[in-house]
Design a protein around this ligand. Structure first.
Ligand SMILES: NC(=O)c1ccc[n+]([C@@H]2O[C@H](COP(=O)([O-])OP(=O)(O)OC[C@H]3O[C@@H](n4cnc5c(N)ncnc54)[C@H](OP(=O)(O)O)[C@@H]3O)[C@@H](O)[C@H]2O)c1
Length: 435
């Protein structure tokens, strides 16, 4: 049995996918009994140097040639407009499609899966989350018998590298970003990564599989890491925490929370120990308990591994004569709703003068909003700025017990109006329940 595959976009992931399909063609045939034949690869520019030389007879600059010659079309172009057009034309002409494009799925997933459902073709998207880590397969298949209670993910290698360097190397954000760029871990324009959007696209996809509802992407709370001060990384370390850009999706009764923000995790937790460019996802199911998936979240060859797993899955369906099956994106018919008023612990850092009555004034406001203090840290040696009247200002850190997000935000607004508090409060959520 032979299945014809074509690729559009031969950049980082495309080149790795071509290499894997050619190098391991006979291995896949032996394992699966299916011959995956790469028939065409389209790219705009074939003069650019690539890590792996694509054979001349496969090259084209016309994506339509790929659609015409393939049963499975692999979109590895990135971006939204052209990628969507390619997916649409492929699906409309009865092709199954595979993509690694989380941005496209987070924005237009509903439409793509709707079209694929009508046409009865498959959409593979394993590589869109976690690069080489087969986390979508785990969620869709391995854990299908479970109600998913929570997902915690470190889903972006660039931000994890930067935060690891700030924690271990004592460098500030700008220095860590520069290092990441020099090592090729961060783009020249790193905003999608450092502002948290790449992570948000990925958790939106995971939450969609887990909770059967495509939540409005714009509702998701997304905070990046570009404003993280090395002082908070150090103070957190003193308190036994490691800072990570964490994606969280949780379901409590009928309400689902999905959020991305810098998060303190207990330093002994397995997720806190995921360092450098590595990714990890913890998924908790009601029967299985906590499970964890770890590996390279990006890169040419790891991502190609995930793309090829989709290709082989779909090829198997084609062999069975079903032309694949569409993932059912909106299976949840219960009245579940989205909330941003989640319940969490908080690290709050205020800039205050070192004098009596300050802690009492802040504690009173917190108590007014039913927020209880778990511990207080005051570093008299860390005196960084002069106050309104030239007096030394020190950081006062309060760790709270669990409180509601909306209450914390209102309390912080009120505390910032106190005459003794200088400037903006640093608010970092603390998770004790991830691994
Ligand atoms: N890189 C990773 O590690 C990684 C990991 C997971 C998922 N992904 C996802 O995988 C996708 C591809 O990423 P990538 O890093 O491989 O991107 P990339 O290196 O920029 O490759 C994209 C390729 O597509 C070409 N292209 C653009 N428009 C085209 C068109 N109309 N027709 C034919 N070719 C066209 C580009 O050519 P030009 O450069 O000339 O425009 C480029 O060679 C993205 O959705 C990305 O989010 C990437």
């Amino acid at each position: 049995m032979k299945v014809k595959v074509g690729i559009v976009g031969c950049g980082t992931v495309g080149t790795g996918t071509v290499k894997l399909l050619l190098d391991n063609r006979s291995l896949i045939r032996k394992k699966m009994g299916i011959d995956i034949e790469l028939v065409k690869v389209a790219d705009k520019d074939w003069n650019r140097r690539r890590e792996f030389e694509v054979p001349e007879h496969l090259k084209t600059t016309d994506y339509k040639e790929v659609i015409e010659s393939s049963q499975i079309v692999v979109e590895l172009v990135g971006g939204i407009d052209f990628a969507f057009k390619l997916m649409k034309e492929s699906i409309e002409t009865g092709r199954c499609v595979v993509t690694a494009n989380k941005h496209l799925l987070a924005k237009k997933g509903n439409e793509i899966f709707g079209m694929a459902g009508e046409k009865g073709v498959s959409v593979g998207f394993e590589a869109s989350v976690g690069g080489g880590i087969p986390v979508i397969k785990a969620l869709r298949e391995g854990l299908v018998g479970n109600e998913i209670k929570a997902i915690y993910g470190i889903l972006n290698g660039t931000t994890n590298y930067i935060l690891t360097r700030m924690f271990e190397g004592n460098v500030n954000f700008k220095e860590a970003l520069k290092e990441a760029q020099e090592k090729g871990y961060a783009e020249a324009d790193p905003s999608l990564d450092i502002d948290g959007w790449d992570t948000a696209h990925k958790i939106a996809i995971l939450a969609w599989i887990a909770y059967g509802r495509f939540f409005n992407f714009d509702d998701i709370l997304v905070e990046g890491i570009s404003n993280i001060d090395r002082l908070d990384v150090e103070l957190g370390k003193d308190l036994g925490y490691t800072l990570k850009l964490l994606a969280i999706a949780k379901k409590m009764n009928n309400s689902v929370e999905i959020r991305v923000h810098p998060t303190f995790l207990p330093s002994e937790d397995a997720l806190a120990k995921v360092s450098s460019v590595y990714n990890a996802v913890m998924i908790e199911g009601d029967f299985v308990g906590k499970t964890m998936y770890y590996g390279k979240g990006a890169g040419s060859l790891p991502t190609a591994s995930a793309v090829v797993s989709d290709i082989v899955d779909i090829a198997r369906k084609i062999k069975e004569g079903t032309n694949g099956e569409s993932f059912i994106p909106n299976w949840e018919d219960k009245d579940i709703h989205f909330t941003n008023n989640f319940y969490s612990r908080y690290y709050l850092r205020f800039n205050v003068p070192d004098k009596t009555g300050v802690l009492a004034a802040i504690s009173k406001v917190l108590a007014d909003f039913n927020i209880s203090i778990a511990s207080v840290l005051q570093k008299e040696k860390v005196c960084r700025i002069a106050g309104k009247e030239g007096e030394p200002i020190i950081p006062l850190v309060i760790l709270t017990h669990k409180a509601y997000e909306y209450d914390i935000k209102k309390a912080v607004e009120e505390i910032e109006r106190l005459p003794v508090v200088e400037g903006k409060t640093i608010l970092i959520r603390v998770e004790e329940e991830a691994y």
